[in-house]
Design a binder for this molecule. Sequence first.
Ligand SMILES: Cc1cc2nc3c(=O)[nH]c(=O)nc-3n(C[C@H](O)[C@H](O)[C@H](O)COP(=O)(O)OP(=O)(O)OC[C@H]3O[C@@H](n4cnc5c(N)ncnc54)[C@H](O)[C@@H]3O)c2cc1C
Length: 466
Amino acid sequence: MGADAVVVGSGPNGLVAAVMLARAGCEVLLLEAADGFGGALRSGELTLPGRVHDLGATVMAMALASPAFRGLGLKGVEFAHPPVAAAHPLDDRPAVLVHRDAGHTAEGLGRDGAVWLATAGAAARAGFPLVDLLLKPLGPWRASPRAFAQAARFGAAAALPATTFARRALRTVEGRALIAGLAAHSMLDLRSPLTTGYGLMLGALAHLVGWPLVRGGSQVLADALVAELRSLGGQAVTGHRVRRLAELDAPIVVLDVTPRQLLAMADWPSGYRRGLERYRYGPGVFKLDWALDGPVPWRDPAVAGAGTVHLGGTLEEIVLSEAETTAGRHSPRPYVLLVQPYAADPERGGHTLWAYCHVPNGSPVDMTDAVETQIERYAPGFRDRVLARHAMGPAELEAANPNLVGGDIGGGLTSLGQFVRRPVWSPAPWRTPLPGVFLCSSSTPPGPGAHGVGGWQAARLALRSR
Ligand SMILES: Cc1cc2nc3c(=O)[nH]c(=O)nc-3n(C[C@H](O)[C@H](O)[C@H](O)COP(=O)(O)OP(=O)(O)OC[C@H]3O[C@@H](n4cnc5c(N)ncnc54)[C@H](O)[C@@H]3O)c2cc1C
């Protein structure tokens, strides 16, 4: 297949790479294995006709903050903000709420409010220069010394395990639960280094850009990128799975795949191959989508306004649940990450909802009852609202998108080791040993999220190599 550049895979990273290459004048061919574009940005009717569900990402804080997307200026994509970014209900007291405003959030944290303002609040005040450093840990940097100093200050807390940060810096049940719920997005054992950083970064983004979603579904963002590519003369094809690089004929090849697929695509030099073989995937997820006949009946009505809800109770409970998953077991009371798009966007054909819990990689266990029991704990009567449900365990997720290996939605473990070695130790890990062949998926820095920075980095290097 001839073109100046072939991009394999149309997740946010592949799409950003394709658009950047096309804007630079390359004739681009985008090949996607699935029957639709977008990867984990796809939306579809998973439950009832007319109901729009996001198959993967919904919360677009990363997209809005990302240096890759900020530069694209896409048309036709409207972000909708829920009244509250995130809520964390508790059994015996009001829910903890993350507002757009850091001060308002701190008020709800009582004695821990000052710590919140000094960490997540300070990171939000540092703004895009700090976000750019965090999303481009290997550069290129055009940051001021002040931004580096802010990053160093952020890094000192960020490097800590969430359990250590919570016990050293936080005093209240609310503050500790909040950091646990945020840090657990990392899918790591919360006793691991960096988990504080994932939590504080997400908290800071809530204050800097909010946790919005795309009006009409995340597919709208993917479609806008495909439309932009086509308007620049690029071609985009679905239903085409690339198995070997030898099938492609282009001086530039950008791969939105993870190390397992990459290994099978070529006979790599032994050092690179060993690096890819050592790469580790993280836990999987068990995801449920529901069509409801009305909003979730939260016991605390403040939770109704939140786009994202963290379920699982106290710090101690969430630490236990995530430790169980890391140890290869299924928590009977799992941490559940729930998204209620209708809080911001009523244009999805009715009240739709999704949630997932973490499970051991590749787990075949049906977690429907465990997830719904956690929702009922904070929203008695929830099950009565369910008109239809759709479940996807690791096998179904990977069948829909080969990058979700064993149900891992992060493109690989997000541990400290794989923060610096993603997927191999290199100052430019987007480059492969084959000239003109680049890797751009979330298995490259900065890792998971709908930010497109891996695609931006790969395209930048590809254009430099021309
Ligand atoms: C359930 C779920 C919820 C999430 N929620 C959020 C969220 O709310 N906010 C957020 O920021 N992030 C979220 N994420 C994470 C985010 O979506 C991913 O980190 C991001 O999509 C990764 O982008 P990517 O381009 O690397 O890969 P993907 O989006 O996974 O796309 C890869 C694409 O490449 C295609 N492909 C793979 N191999 C081949 C091949 N050999 N030939 C052709 N095509 C191929 C796949 O079919 C797929 O379309 C979520 C992910 C999931 C799955």
